[in-house]
Design a protein around this ligand. Structure first.
Ligand SMILES: Nc1nc(=O)c2c([nH]1)NC[C@@H]1CN(c3ccc(C(=O)N[C@@H](CCC(=O)O)C(=O)O)cc3)C=[N+]21
Length: 310
C-alpha cells in the first residue's frame, strides 16, 4: 500500500510555526498581521474556500477582513477598493479570489495589488522574481506542493519530476520551484503526446491538469511519489457528490506515497497563505521588504518554510 501523505497534519505543523511568528511579532510591538480576502459574486466553491481561509486566520491569530462584492460590481469599484487596501497599514496581505466575473479583467486586477501584499504571489513582479530566483512571495499551492513533496523526498536533486498542467497558478510556478530544487522537470499537459509513457518514467508526478482521475495506475511506476493538486466535485455511484483528484487514487497503491483528495494539497494551500501573510507582515513592518530576509536571494525560496517543518 502507498503511504498517504497527510496534508492536514503537515498543514497543522506549519500553522503552529505561523502562530508562533504572529505571537513574536505582536510581542515585539508590531501590529497584528492582517489579511483581507475579496470575493466578487457568489460562486459556491469559492465561498467554501473563503470561509476556510477566514477560519484558519483565527486559529493562528491573523486578523482577517472580508469584502464581499456583488456579481455586477464594476471593475473601477474593485480597483478602488484594492487601492484603499494597498494603502491601509493594518492590511499586510490582499487576496482577490479568482475566477472573477467575465466583465472584469483579471490580469489588471492582480497587477493592481501591490507586490508586497500579494500573498497569492500572482503579481507579475512576484512571478518574475520566482522565475529568476530573486525572492518575492511564492504562490500558496506550489509552495504547499513542495513542502508535501519534501516530507517524503527531502532532497530532490536529480529526481525526474513530471508536472501535468501548465497553469500560471500551479503548473508553471511548481516547475520553477522544482528546477530551483535541482530536479529534472518535464512540464506536460493534456495535449502532450504519449503522456502515460512520459509519466511512467517519473520518480515524482505532480498532477495539476484539472482533469478528474486522469492519471491511471499504469501511468505510475512502482515507488513513485504522487502529488495530486486536482480537486473536482463529481457524482459518485451512490448518487452523492464527492471530491476527486486528477489521479485514480485506488489504482495507484503501488506508488511509494500519494496525497489524498481531500486532505492533501488543499489544506496546505491555506496554511501557506497564512505563512505568506505573516512573511508579508514581517517584511512590511520589521524589515525593508524582502531584503530583510536571509532567504531573499536563496536559490530555493521554499526552504524558508521548510525549516518550520524540520
Ligand atoms: N486568489 C485565489 N487564491 C487561491 O488560493 C484560490 C483562488 N483564488 N480560487 C480558488 C482556488 C482553490 N483553492 C483552494 C483552497 C483550499 C482548498 C481546500 O482546503 N480543500 C479541502 C477540501 C475543500 C472542500 O471540502 O470542498 C481539501 O482538499 O482537503 C481547496 C482549494 C484556493 N484557490
Amino acid at each position: 500500500m502507498a503511504d498517504i501523505i497527510d496534508g492536514r497534519a503537515i498543514a497543522r505543523q506549519l500553522d503552529e510555526k505561523t502562530k508562533a511568528e504572529v505571537d513574536a511579532l505582536v510581542a515585539a510591538g508590531h501590529p497584528v498581521p492582517g489579511l483581507t480576502v475579496i470575493l466578487v459574486g457568489e460562486d459556491p466553491a469559492s465561498e467554501v474556500y473563503v470561509r476556510r481561509k477566514i477560519k484558519a486566520c483565527e486559529k493562528v491569530g491573523i486578523k482577517s477582513t472580508e469584502h464581499r462584492l456583488a456579481e455586477d460590481t464594476s471593475q473601477e469599484d474593485l480597483l478602488a477598493l484594492i487601492d484603499t487596501l494597498n494603502a491601509d497599514p493594518e492590511v499586510h496581505g490582499i487576496l482577490c479570489q479568482v475566477p472573477l466575473p467575465d466583465h472584469i479583467d483579471t490580469r489588471l486586477v492582480l497587477r493592481s495589488i501591490t507586490p508586497e501584499k500579494d500573498v497569492d504571489g500572482f503579481h507579475p513582479v512576484n512571478v518574475g522574481r520566482l522565475s529568476t530566483g530573486t525572492g518575492g512571495i511564492v504562490p500558496c499551492t506550489p509552495l504547499g506542493v513542495m513542502l508535501l513533496l519534501r516530507s517524503v523526498i527531502p532532497d530532490l536533486t536529480g529526481k525526474d519530476v513530471v508536472v501535468i498542467g501548465k497553469s500560471n497558478i500551479v503548473g508553471k510556478p511548481v516547475a520553477n520551484l522544482l528546477l530551483d530544487a535541482e530536479a529534472t522537470v518535464t512540464v506536460t499537459h493534456i495535449y502532450t503526446h504519449g503522456l502515460p509513457d512520459i509519466c511512467r518514467q517519473a520518480d515524482v508526478i505532480v498532477a495539476a491538469a484539472g482533469a478528474p482521475e486522469l492519471v491511471k495506475g499504469y501511468w505510475v511506476k512502482d515507488d513513485a511519489v504522487i502529488i495530486d493538486v486536482g480537486i473536482t466535485r463529481i457524482e459518485g455511484e451512490d448518487g452523492k457528490t464527492k471530491l476527486v483528484g486528477d489521479v485514480a487514487f485506488d489504482e495507484c497503491q503501488h506508488a511509494k506515497a500519494i496525497t489524498p483528495v481531500p486532505g492533501g494539497v488543499g489544506p496546505m494551500t491555506i496554511a501557506c497563505l497564512l505563512a505568506n501573510t505573516v512573511q508579508a507582515a514581517r517584511a512590511l513592518t520589521v524589515g525593508n521588504g524582502d531584503d530583510s530576509s536571509d532567504y531573499a536571494d536563496a536559490p530555493d525560496r521554499t526552504m524558508i518554510f521548510q525549516d518550520a517543518l524540520a
